[in-house]
Design a protein around this ligand. Structure first.
Ligand code: ATP
Ligand code: MG
Ligand code: FE
Length: 351
């Protein structure tokens, strides 16, 4: 029972083939970073066209890598939201066409649900995490703490009130003159700097609940930079700003996580997902916070934390196993699709 997964919601085109047990038979990701870098961010129109150009040869390569033909697929899963609508339509349309041609079942997958279930993929943890667990999703587009109660049942405990965590890393990196995407470059620069040099705000620290806010922090960094004569940011000072910024984010995240743990006393473990979770300072502090709460932190390998299609195929396998039916070929794409309550069918009229 082979499952093909397709991901095209943002700036990664990806496809993967998993067997019925969730073992990865093929996994391919093509990043569009180079296409978007000249613009300093993802350009939706460019993204959609790049997905269209990449997808067919990539699916052919993935089937070859898995050693199967299209007719051997029992299911075809595609991300249908949330994300950039052009890319979603390219990926979903491709998957629907293939399903129509091969007779395979079509699965319309919520990208956030795929991130949420990745930690249960065989081989990630010594034992697949049991429900309910606490998910911290920190990516370029999302920042949320979610109670994962069962396949298809999610409760959002907290979310960002303004920017996503990765987005603020990218914006601060831009202020410091680093390239796009800024997160990894900012982490490297922070390693050279003094985190105590600048006192930056810790938005919402100690406040009730577990929402996030990053815009005040971003503004504070912008003010420091704007007080300097243009084009004269010495590297040492940039490093100190980066280190001070990262320290503020680390502290805010640990605080929000400990509040979420208090809101979810039955959590079996903490799972992180999203590109920001690859930051070592953040990951280390989250680990310490989870341990202090008596729980282990499960962090999938980076290739599965960032956008990928293995998680899309796996979410379809989980849904099939949990007894959900496959989706109608009339399923819609949804730019916004919050992961709250039951993740339902997207058939016209029911969405
Ligand atoms: P989505 O939000 O739709 O899941 P995305 O492509 O925006 O997709 P990811 O691919 O999960 O998100 O992660 C990319 C983000 O993670 C970028 O904002 C990037 O700057 C940030 N990031 C990557 N590495 C690091 C790091 N070491 N430290 C901080 N941020 C990082
Ligand atoms: Mg990405
Ligand atoms: Fe993602």
């Amino acid at each position: 029972a082979m499952m093909l997964g397709i991901e095209s919601s943002c700036d990664e085109t990806a496809c993967a083939v998993l067997d019925g047990e969730g073992r990865v038979r093929a996994e391919i990701v093509a990043s569009q970073i180079a296409d978007h870098a000249p613009f300093g961010g993802v350009v939706p129109e460019i993204a959609a066209r790049a997905h269209l150009a990449a997808l067919a040869p990539m699916v052919r390569a993935a089937l070859a890598e898995a050693g199967i033909a299209a007719r051997d697929l029992s299911g075809i899963a595609a991300t249908v939201g949330p994300g950039l609508i052009g890319g979603l339509i390219v990926g979903a349309g491709f998957a629907k066409g293939m399903a129509l041609a091969t007779g395979a079942a079509f699965y319309a997958i919520n990208h956030l649900e795929a991130h949420a279930l990745t930690a249960r993929l065989p081989g990630i943890a010594a034992r697949a995490p049991d429900f309910p667990y606490l998910l911290l999703l920190v990516s370029g587009g999302h920042t949320a703490l979610i109670a994962v109660e069962a396949v298809g049942r999610y409760r959002r405990l907290g979310t960002t009130l303004d920017d996503a965590a990765g987005e603020v890393f990218d914006k601060v990196a831009k202020l410091l003159g680093l390239g796009y995407p800024g997160g990894p470059a900012l982490e490297a620069l922070a390693a050279e700097g003094d985190p105590a040099r600048f006192t930056l705000p810790r938005p919402l620290l100690g406040r009730a609940g577990c929402d996030f806010s990053f815009s005040g922090l971003k503004t504070a960094v912008a003010q420091i930079v704007s007080r300097l004569p243009p084009g004269s940011l010495p590297r040492g000072m940039a490093a100190d700003i980066a280190a001070s910024f990262q320290a503020a984010v680390v502290e805010a995240m640990a605080d929000r996580l400990s509040h979420a743990l208090a809101m979810m006393p039955d959590a079996t473990c903490v799972v992180v997902a999203g590109g920001v979770a690859s930051n070592r300072a953040i990951r280390g502090r989250l680990e310490a916070t989870a341990t202090a709460g008596g729980l282990t932190l499960i962090a999938p390998p980076l290739r599965l934390c960032t956008d990928n299609a293995t998680m899309v195929a796996w979410a379809a396998i989980e849904r099939r196993r949990a007894g959900y039916s496959s989706d109608d070929l009339a399923a819609h794409c949804r730019p916004r699709w919050p992961l709250d309550g039951a993740v339902q069918s997207l058939i016209a009229g029911k969405a």
